[in-house]
Design a protein around this ligand. Structure first.
Ligand SMILES: Cc1cc2nc3c(=O)[nH]c(=O)nc-3n(C[C@H](O)[C@H](O)[C@H](O)COP(=O)(O)OP(=O)(O)OC[C@H]3O[C@@H](n4cnc5c(N)ncnc54)[C@H](O)[C@@H]3O)c2cc1C
Length: 285
């Protein structure tokens, strides 16, 4: 993936916050769904894209702008000259490795603090590293942890609402640390359940046994439990594996897929094939 400083930020747009609501429960890490509206017809955004959020911020290196990317998290809604885009934002707070002090992520805190009616500066859109394959027979294994589920939620809605007669199988693995797994799991938010009746779609929740503790996600185990089904999918050439989310999502994936394939060597060969065919693609941040 390109370095952030390589992204062209010359085209800038203003968007108004139309809706902002916390999705994750109060005593867990904050994740918000934020819906913004752009009135500029020049800004056209699709499901396999991200866009930038730009804010004025002076840092210790003399930079005066802070630019961060966010995935399109639902089908963009377009009417006349307006586009509405949904994003899922996790409020990032981290401990500075040098000072040991608690720091606030700049763009994510800025976004999570915005109120309805506030304006934000947008750049892009930019392509995501993966997209919905054109071949409707393609199988998709989508692994989206935390806010990494954002692009896949848009992909699944697009496949079943717009493409329609999708023939391939889709397995979505989702989950997170610290209660985030509750995202889209209640009556209002569980919009992925709309597709559970689709024969080709299965959403599998990688469940932490102690959701409010900082347990590692049990993704590895959850994938291993589905070994037979995934191995069958990996027998055919048009199977794609897309991985999205914070770096931690990658931990244990090779081990899990080695289990699926029956050995480390077999997985190494198959993974190299997938990578060469752009069928193993990661969006890691
Ligand atoms: C293509 C692309 C799409 C993205 N899509 C989304 C999205 O849909 N939703 C979303 O919330 N973020 C997304 N991100 C990440 C986002 O761009 C920012 O990196 C994130 O919001 C932190 O920015 P910040 O300015 O708040 O933090 P900064 O001020 O840049 O501080 C960054 C610090 O926070 C840590 N950090 C960054 N992300 C996380 C995380 N997820 N969990 C824990 N620590 C973290 C970093 O390691 C670093 O220490 C995406 C990134 C890319 C490259």
């Amino acid at each position: 993936m390109a370095h952030l400083s390589d992204y062209d930020i010359r085209k800038q747009y203003f968007a108004t916050v139309k809706k902002t609501r916390r999705l994750s429960p109060e005593n867990t890490e904050e994740v918000r769904e934020i819906i913004i509206e752009l009135k500029d017809p020049a800004f056209e955004c699709e499901i396999d894209q991200s866009f930038g959020v730009l804010l004025d911020h002076k840092d210790e290196f003399g930079n005066t702008l802070h630019h961060r990317l966010y995935s399109v998290a639902d089908l963009p809604s377009k009417s006349k000259n307006k586009t509405r885009i949904t994003m899922l934002v996790k409020r990032c707070n981290y401990v500075d490795a040098f000072s040991g002090e608690q720091q606030k992520g700049i763009a994510s805190n800025y976004l999570c603090d915005r109120k309805v009616g506030d304006e934000i500066r947008i750049t892009g859109p930019y392509p995501l590293p993966f997209s919905v394959p054109e071949d409707k027979e393609s199988n998709l294994v989508l692994i989206g942890m935390g806010t990494g589920i954002a692009p896949f939620r848009a992909f699944i809605k697009h496949i079943y609402n717009n493409v329609k007669d999708w023939k391939g199988r889709i397995l979505l693995f989702y989950g997170a640390q610290s209660g985030l797994e509750l995202l889209y799991q209640n009556e209002i938010d569980d919009d992925l359940t709309n597709y559970y009746s689709e024969e080709t779609f299965k959403a599998i929740h990688a469940f932490s046994p102690r959701p409010l503790w900082h347990d590692p996600v049990v993704l590895e185990q959850t994938i291993e439990e589905r070994a037979e089904e995934i191995a069958e999918m990996l027998e055919v050439l048009n199977t794609y594996i897309y991985v999205s989310g914070h770096e931690k999502v990658k931990e244990g994936l090779d081990k899990a897929f080695a289990h699926v394939m029956g050995s480390q060597e077999k997985w190494e060969v198959r993974k190299a094939e997938l990578i060469a065919g752009k069928k193993w693609v990661e969006l890691i941040y």
